[in-house]
Design a protein around this ligand. Structure first.
Ligand code: FMN
Length: 173
């Protein structure tokens, strides 16, 4: 799929129909997480690939709906600061976005589960055996979308872009 089509087609998929995601595709998705930029090149992320049905059913308690997907990628972050500052949240976001786009390019759906995970992070860390000094920050269920799904509403560029100074108009309009 062409790059800009991938950007356009990606949307949060929270429900999956039956169908596997082969290990080679999971590895391709993980590779794009590995390739993402990171502050001071810390690469402070690790991934857990979860296929065990019981574990996925338990994780589904965090946010019901994705337990019919074949695989979940959990993103685990080290939170060490660099001498320029702490970048691990951004590092996490960069690798998550890459993996969401890769899943889309391969014809799968996924969703960035972070808000609901935060509330149950300690519980989920225990379930997945994540060490105390790491954060379990995002879950990415990956599978075949149950339905096409509509694109979520977006603000227009006119509402978001300023020219030369904040509040500046587009010189072409
Ligand atoms: C930081 C962050 C946290 C998110 N947490 C959740 C979440 O916990 N559960 C969920 O279903 N979606 C979550 N999302 C997905 C957003 O709800 C979704 O991206 C947004 O509504 C736009 O829809 P779209 O992804 O289909 O374009 C999260 C997205 C981001 C960037």
């Amino acid at each position: 799929m062409e790059f800009f089509d991938v950007i356009e087609k990606r949307r949060s998929v929270r429900n999956f129909k039956p169908g596997d995601v082969p290990e080679s595709d999971v590895e391709n998705i993980l590779e794009t997480g590995r390739a993402a930029p990171s502050g001071a090149n810390m690469q402070d992320r690790e991934f857990i690939v979860i296929r065990d049905r019981d574990t996925i059913a338990k994780l589904n308690q965090i946010q019901p709906g994705f337990d019919n997907g074949p695989v979940v990628i959990a993103v685990v972050m080290s939170t060490a600061a660099t001498r320029w500052g702490s970048f691990w949240v951004e590092d996490c976001a960069a690798c998550v976005e890459n993996m969401l786009l890769a899943a889309t390019a391969l014809g799968y759906g996924s969703v960035w589960i972070e808000g609901t995970l935060l509330k149950k992070e300690q519980w989920a860390k225990k379930l997945l055996g994540v060490p105390d000094d790491r954060r379990l920050y995002v879950l990415l269920p990956v599978g075949h979308p149950a339905e096409a799904g509509k694109q979520a509403p977006r603000r227009t560029l006119d509402e978001m872009v300023h020219y030369e100074q904040y509040g500046g108009q587009n010189p072409k309009s």
